[in-house]
Design a protein around this ligand. Structure first.
Ligand code: FEO
Length: 427
């Protein structure tokens, strides 16, 4: 069994070796309970920064949150002098990794800063330094430290546009930024020593990486050829030295469709969610369902929001082509289950899915327009105007609902005719 690392000696924070030439110089934040407003952190987090020593220079990879800078500098000083630092790499500019950068650059003014191409648009605004000198890099670019080399991988949107990974081939080590990270604070540091962090790893992926699955898959296309890695050194949570390929594989699994699908090739999927207080919005939903089902090559599903937890619906919506919401208007608003489902969708990519809204109302009927606006805000297309019906739908109105369903389904399979507006009708 490995000895737990010594993080502090006589009250002085110590660097921790991943190898003779690579050290962890980060900081632990065990008391944090919420990260970035939305993420729960049941036992805190860590801000992982690293130092790489080559025969011709020292590199620092990422820094820490500003109020943990003292630990970072103390650890750095146990393994290098500031005048030895020739390279600073920022894999990601978010303040939890750049908080100590201005002071580091003041202490090591000779060091050259390396950031991703996409980081250029935000680096000066974030660091409030107009005269900042840096080198933008892409996949294929590298910087030498003599007998050690840092190779850059362009892995944007994981989870900001600027993110990149840095690979150290001589040590077979990947500095992955937020990728493969998690909010889990444990002073044993290494994945084969710390407590059980599986939940934190999955939770972090679900909230941070899931909206960017396409980009995760592209990043994995760059990372998988590097396997088997000796270490994955992420920016948060345990350092992955024991079978790090398992975490790469898990990212690939998580970035595939969440559920097995029986939808045929070429078939589109339309999901209709509704909630109804007196059955009127339900009648509308059933008629929309009938109308949509009459269109070929569209698989339609109907769900009452009263009948399920929301999480499975989020998985279904992620894989669907179209989503329709039915809500009554109560006290001038859509009802809570609809808003709850909509607010759960922030973890998935909805761009260019088709959306639609309908509902029965008694007096004012604002809910349909409100939900339509929200769908547009989530980047869905809303090609068919929302359908509102006052109280109990008549036979003619039920037929309108069937038509609404047909139009949405035709929009999905590409058969919908755009309505031509005759200007004379507007006069
Ligand atoms: Fe850990 Fe996206 O910052």
């Amino acid at each position: 069994m490995n000895k737990p690392p010594i993080l502090s000696l006589g009250g002085i924070p110590q660097a921790v070796a991943l190898s003779e030439r690579v050290h962890w110089i980060g900081a632990l934040d065990p008391n944090l309970r919420t990260f970035d407003i939305i993420l729960k952190t049941a036992n805190g987090t860590s801000y992982n920064a690293y130092l790489v020593r080559g025969s011709a220079g020292v590199a620092i990879i990422d820094t820490v949150k500003e109020n943990f800078a003292a630990d970072f500098f103390a650890r750095l000083e146990t393994v290098a002098r500031y005048d030895e630092i020739s390279v600073i790499v920022l894999n990601h500019l978010e303040p939890d990794h750049t908080g100590a950068l201005p002071e580091l650059m003041r202490r090591a003014p000779q060091a050259r800063l390396y950031i991703s191409q996409k980081a250029q648009t935000m680096v000066k605004a974030l660091l409030k330094q107009n005269d900042l000198a840096y080198t933008p890099v892409l996949t294929g670019d590298s910087v030498t430290l003599g007998d050690r080399t840092l190779q850059f991988l362009h892995t944007p949107y994981l989870h900001w546009p600027d993110t990149q990974c840095t690979y150290l081939p001589e040590e077979n080590t990947l500095f992955s930024g937020d990728v493969f990270g998690c909010h889990f604070c444990d002073n044993r540091l290494f994945n084969d020593e710390v407590g059980d962090f599986r939940f934190s790893f999955e939770y972090y992926y679900a909230h941070i990486m899931r909206p960017f699955k396409d980009y995760v898959n592209r990043a994995l296309d760059l990372i998988e050829p590097l396997l088997p890695l000796t270490n994955i050194a992420p920016a948060h949570g345990p350092l992955l030295r024991d079978r790090p390929h398992r975490y790469v594989r898990r990212y690939r699994e998580l970035s595939q469709s969440a559920l097995h699908s029986d939808i045929h090739d070429g078939e589109k999927t339309l999901l209709i969610f509704y909630i109804s207080s007196y059955g009127n919005t339900r009648r509308m939903a059933e008629a929309i369902y009938e109308g949509a089902m009459s269109i070929d090559q569209v698989r339609v599903s109907l769900y009452d929001l009263e009948g399920s937890e929301l999480a499975p619906f989020v998985d279904l919506i992620e894989g669907a082509d179209g989503i329709v919401f039915g809500t009554p208007t109560i006290n001038g608003d859509a009802v809570k289950p609809v808003w709850d489902l909509l607010s759960s969708l922030v973890v998935i990519n909805l761009k260019s899915k088709v959306g639609g809204v309908f509902g029965s109302y008694g007096w004012t009927g604002e809910a349909v327009k409100m939900v339509e606006d929200r769908l547009r805000g989530l980047k869905l297309r809303v090609p068919v105007p929302g359908l509102r019906i006052k109280l109990i739908p008549t036979d003619e109105e039920i037929e309108l609902c069937r038509g609404f369903g047909r139009e949405l389904a035709q929009e999905l399979n590409g058969l919908r005719q755009s309505k031509v507006i005759d200007m004379a009708d507007l006069a």
